[in-house]
Design a protein around this ligand. Structure first.
Ligand code: ATP
Ligand code: MG
Length: 358
């Protein structure tokens, strides 16, 4: 699809969002601040995004007629998760501008395609990796990369699911059995000093904007805490992220996750073609937040100011952490964001808090 509309989308226009979770909710809230309406597409009715949006369609992503009707009712279509089926994205893109474009999804849905693209098309370094489709491939890949190494499914992994660290030769067979014959990649294990990410945007005319570096700490494979601006931000990570976005002809907000080595080398772990949990701190940093930034980018608006006025620490409220909402609401330096999810489940992201620390 071409980069239409060329003109800024007028307030009152409708933005379609594929996916109806908390990211869709916060995108919809940001869009409404600018006078837009949102139409949510989510097989599950009455989710976090639909609560705060004008309309919703609740049909399977495979129902191309429903996807077409949804896209036709919108002025521009975007998505809040990267596993939008390829046909759904193409169907929407044939009717209305889809940002980020459908090729971005093809790249980001498959770790092999993603890492190959980042290394060869964007010329940005990633950890060494090998494609693995059999136990034979895995043994060969272990010989090549050495141990420890990480075996990951190519598709549909999140929060560390579908991956396993291989420490010794004895782990090889067990690891392959766990893959259940799913196509995989083996990646060198990176002894990183810290994990950092960049949240950046690219507009319809190629203008870019990036927030300062974010330092991330995970707990049980789920993001626990993000702090920004992180220490020692020399702008290198932002430049690498923007190289990837340019190579993808990207429009919207994208997150890039990095491993930082002891000597400062940056290796990309993965990209998320959407607003990202590590960018939630922007909501209370007194600049344009990542959700508004994404809406501005896909609507052809100027991107706005991404320079934060505060150092902010974001902590996720996972499962029954959310029970502390009353005491969190009492702290004057803490901003509470709840997603309106009815059922609390152990690993479910229920909300987050942003605490101003500087
Ligand atoms: P998420 O949904 O949190 O992004 P994911 O399932 O997409 O997770 P990755 O981002 O690939 O998986 O990995 C999750 C975490 O596992 C990383 O943030 C990092 O802490 C660790 N990890 C992944 N790959 C490696 C590696 N090659 N070397 C060292 N640690 C790794
Ligand atoms: Mg990740």
């Amino acid at each position: 699809m071409s980069l239409t509309p060329q003109h800024p989308l007028s307030p009152g226009s409708t933005i379609g969002i594929l996916g109806g979770g908390q990211l869709g909710r916060m995108l919809s809230l940001a869009a409404s601040r600018l006078g837009f309406q949102c139409h949510i597409y989510d097989p599950q009715p009455a989710g976090p995004a639909a609560h705060v949006s004008r309309s919703e369609t609740n049909t399977s992503y495979e129902d191309t007629e429903a996807v077409l009707g949804f896209a036709q009712s919108c002025d521009v279509v975007t998505y809040e998760f990267e596993n939008v089926p390829a046909l759904t994205a193409k169907t929407a893109a044939n009717a209305k501008p889809l940002h980020p474009n459908a090729q971005v999804l093809t790249v980001a849905q498959d770790r092999l395609t993603e890492k190959t693209f980042i290394r060869d098309k964007a010329n940005v370094p990633v950890a060494l990796f090998e494609s693995v489709d059999s136990i034979h491939d895995l043994k060969r890949a272990v010989k090549k990369l050495g141990l420890p190494a990480v075996l990951k499914t190519r598709r549909l992994g999140y929060d560390g699911k579908g991956q396993m660290i291989i420490k010794t030769e004895a782990d090889i067979t067990k690891a392959w059995t766990m893959m259940n014959d799913a196509p995989a990649i083996l990646e060198q294990f990176i002894p990183f000093r810290r994990e950092v990410s960049v949240v950046a945007a690219r507009s319809l005319n190629g203008e870019t904007a990036a927030y300062p570096l974010i330092e991330n700490v995970h707990k049980n494979h789920i993001l626990h805490k993000s702090t920004s601006p992180a220490q020692d931000d020399d702008g290198r990570a932002q430049a690498l992220a923007i190289n990837i976005m340019t190579a993808l002809n990207y429009v919207g907000v994208m997150a890039t996750e990095f491993f930082e080595l002891e000597d400062g080398t940056l290796l990309v772990n993965e990209i998320a073609p959407r607003v990202h949990n590590s960018g939630h701190w922007t909501q209370d940093a007194a600049c344009v937040d990542q959700f508004e930034l994404h809406i501005r980018a896909i609507a052809g608006w100027p991107l706005g100011d991404t320079a934060p006025k505060h150092t902010v620490e974001m902590t996720n409220l996972i499962g029954d952490d959310v029970d502390h909402w009353k005491s969190l609401a009492e702290d004057p330096k803490t901003f509470l964001h709840l997603y309106g999810k009815r059922d609390v489940k152990p690993d479910r992201k229920m909300g987050h808090v942003n605490r101003i620390i500087g």
